[in-house]
Design a protein around this ligand. Structure first.
Ligand code: PLP
Length: 388
C-alpha cells in the first residue's frame, strides 16, 4: 500500500512582503480609517496608473467584482452576447450572465492557450456587445488583432487580466490595452491582498466612461463629484454597487505593490529554470512546454505548466508527484461543458483544442519563496516519472 507523505512542495504559498501589518496599523490606528476610498486606496490607484500607464484605476473587492463592475459600466443588457474563451475561470462568464447576457465561447490557440483571435469574427452576431480576452498564465492574447476585429464591429474589449499584472504585449502592460482591464489580487495570484482586484480604464476610452465608473464604484451616487465640489447634491444617479475594498485591504495591497517588480522578476527566473530543466523531456517528445514569447512581449511568471500526452498519463503523474510530496494541479473544466455554461452560454464552433488541453494540462508549483532547489526537485521527479 502506498502512503502519502506530507506535502513538502505546495502548489502555492502566499508571500508576505513585510510591511502589510505596519500599513494596516497605520490605516486603522494612526489614520483611524477602515472604510474604503482613503489614502491607501488612493496610493494603490496611483501606483497602478503610474506603473502600468495609460489608465485610471479603481480598486475592487476581487477580479470577479471588477468584471461585474465592467459589465455595468458598458450597460450589458439581457439578450446581449459577449465573446470569451471557454477555457477560463467562471467569473469571466458570470459577470455578464448576471446581467442577462449570453457568454459565447470561442476555442483557444494550442500554443498560448488564449482565445484564438482568428475565430472571433465568425462568432460575432448582431447581438454581440463585447469581447473578453483572458490572458491565461499571464501570457498576452493577440491584442492587435482582437482590437481590430472589435473596432470593425464597434465592440468593447474588456481584458480579463486577473493573472497578468505586469505582463506586457508589444511594450504595453496587459489590462491597459483594451477599453477596460480587470486585475485580481486573490491569494493565488502574484500580488495579493487575500481577496482583491482592480478595474483599469484605458485613457483612450474617454472621460465619460471614467466618470461613469466613479459613480458605479460609489454605489451609483455622485459622491465623488460632491466631495470634489463639482456638484452640491449627493444623490443616487444610476445603477451601482459596493465595489470598493476597505482601507485594511488597500493597506495590505500597497505593501505588496511596493515589491511587485521584485516578485515578478523572481517568478520569471523560476519559470525559466523550469523551462530549461524540462526542455530535454520536451525534445524527447514526452511533454510539451509553454511557448516562449516574442521579444517585445513578456509574461509575469504567474504559472508554469506542462502538457502531458493524455489524461490518464496526467493522473498518474499527479499521483507520482504527490507521493514525493509535490502538489501539481490540473486546471479549468471548460465552461461550455459545465452545467451553468450549457444553461447560460453557447459555443461558437467546436471546442477541439479547449477539450484537448483541459485534459492534459498540469500546473507545477510556483511561488515567490520557492528556491531553485525546489524547482530542481520538481523537475527531477518529472524526469524520474518519464525516464525511470
Ligand atoms: C483568478 C481569476 C479570476 C477571479 O479573480 P478573483 O479576484 O478571485 O475574483 C477571474 N478570471 C481569471 C482568468 C482568473 O484567473
Amino acid at each position: 500500500m502506498i502512503t502519502k507523505t506530507d506535502t513538502t512542495i505546495p502548489f502555492n504559498k502566499p508571500f508576505i512582503a513585510g510591511n502589510e501589518l505596519a500599513y494596516i496599523h497605520d490605516a486603522v490606528i494612526t489614520k483611524g480609517r477602515l472604510s474604503g476610498g482613503g489614502s491607501f486606496t488612493e496610493r494603490c490607484h496611483s501606483w497602478l496608473s503610474q506603473n502600468l500607464g495609460n489608465c485610471l484605476a479603481f480598486l475592487t473587492n476581487s477580479c470577479t467584482s471588477a468584471l461585474e463592475m465592467s459589465a455595468i459600466m458598458i450597460d450589458i443588457k439581457p439578450g446581449d452576447e459577449v465573446i470569451m474563451p471557454s477555457f477560463t475561470f467562471v467569473s469571466t462568464a458570470n459577470a455578464f450572465a448576471l446581467r442577462g447576457a449570453k457568454p459565447v465561447f470561442v476555442d483557444i490557440r494550442s500554443d498560448t492557450l488564449n482565445i484564438d483571435e482568428t475565430l472571433i469574427a465568425s462568432a460575432i452576431t448582431s447581438r454581440t456587445r463585447a469581447i473578453v480576452p483572458v490572458h491565461y498564465a499571464g501570457v498576452a492574447c493577440e491584442m492587435d488583432s482582437i482590437l481590430e476585429t472589435a473596432g470593425q464591429s464597434g465592440l468593447i474589449v474588456i481584458e480579463d487580466a486577473a493573472q497578468a499584472l505586469l505582463s506586457t504585449y508589444r511594450g504595453k502592460f496587459l489590462g491597459t490595452i483594451g477599453h477596460v482591464g480587470c486585475l485580481s489580487f486573490h491569494e493565488t495570484k502574484n500580488i495579493i491582498s487575500g481577496e482583491g482586484g482592480a478595474v483599469l480604464i484605458n485613457n483612450d476610452s474617454g472621460r465619460d466612461l471614467m466618470e461613469k465608473a466613479g459613480v458605479i464604484w460609489e454605489k451609483g451616487t455622485n459622491r465623488r463629484a460632491f466631495f470634489e465640489g463639482s456638484t452640491d447634491k449627493y444623490t443616487w444617479i444610476r445603477l451601482g454597487s459596493s465595489f470598493l475594498p476597505s482601507e485594511i485591504g488597500a493597506a495590505f495591497l500597497m505593501a505588496q505593490l511596493e515589491c511587485a517588480h521584485t516578485i515578478v522578476e523572481n517568478r520569471r527566473t523560476l519559470a525559466d529554470l523550469y523551462y530549461r530543466s524540462l526542455e530535454p523531456l520536451q525534445k524527447a517528445g514526452f511533454v510539451r512546454l509553454p511557448e516562449n514569447l516574442s521579444d517585445d512581449s513578456s509574461s509575469n511568471g504567474h504559472m508554469f505548466y506542462i502538457l502531458t500526452c493524455s489524461s490518464t498519463e496526467r493522473s498518474r503523474l499527479i499521483e507520482f508527484l504527490a507521493r514525493r510530496g509535490i502538489s501539481a494541479l490540473s486546471h479549468y473544466i471548460p465552461l461550455h461543458s459545465s452545467p451553468a455554461g450549457q444553461k447560460y452560454g453557447r459555443m461558437a464552433g467546436p471546442m477541439t483544442i479547449t477539450n484537448d488541453i483541459s485534459e492534459r494540462i498540469l500546473r507545477l508549483p510556483l511561488y515567490h519563496e520557492m528556491g531553485p532547489k525546489d524547482v530542481g526537485a520538481v523537475s527531477g521527479a518529472i524526469h524520474e516519472f518519464y525516464l525511470g
